[in-house]
Write a protein that binds this ligand. Sequence first.
Ligand SMILES: [Zn+2]
Length: 281
Amino acid sequence: MRCFFLFFILTIFFSQCLSFQIVFTSDLHETLNVDGFGPAGLIEWLSGIDRDKTLVLDGGDLFDSKIQLPFVGDRRSSVLEYVKKVGYDAMVLGNHEYYFSHKWLQEYKKINKSLIGANVQDLEPFRIFDIDGVKIAVIGLTTIQHLANRVEYHNDLPKDPFESLRKVLETLPKVDYIICLNHLQHESDIKILESFPKIDLILSGHDHRGPELKKIQNSYLFEAASHAESIYLIDVDPIKKNVTYEKLKLPTNYILRDNTVGTLLLAGVLIGIFSILWVFF
Ligand SMILES: [Zn+2]
């Protein structure tokens, strides 16, 4: 009886030790601060927690605009500064990251070292993290839906996510827990969990349908909402295969700069000079 009691206590103790947490953001669409709250608050919040026990992940559509007028409303440099300051462990491309130009995307893939993508050219398919001896694989997948300008991106669009995932799982080293970091439609996420029971958890963006946590067979699917609200703290118990989450509402003073005011001022000055020249000469 005493042995059983000791075993019970030890199981609870080790299970607590082995659990880890994930900070997950997704579909931010360049919205880092609304009324003093938003994901930009992560920059400060993360400095107060044990990063060694925490994975910080993003599910794509970090950027937004479909039509990027020259300079006007361009917040990309500000968003890039945020990504660098947060120091994401892994993130995936969303379809919105394809809405600028092929040249920009190639440059973005080079400078953002957090990006992964099993079905995206030039990116690592997965990363393996070790938290207190628990080996966790994070595999990235990007949607093939709503991608812009198929001519410009010819041969450089994401490949079939199912086929890419199948290949990765065939060669993936032995790990204790497998996470798919997806920017995929809800139906594709469900299909992945039904087809690949090895996947323990899918963290997904794209549909903006969350926050929603669903258990499918022995695995979990967590889907995010969008914009400044879309920040979650997810607790994972890899032994009991249990997942819970809470929404984070983080205060921030971070100012998201864009070039709109500067560009409009410059345009105003140029129009003024041109008008004076037109009238007097
Ligand atoms: Zn999307």
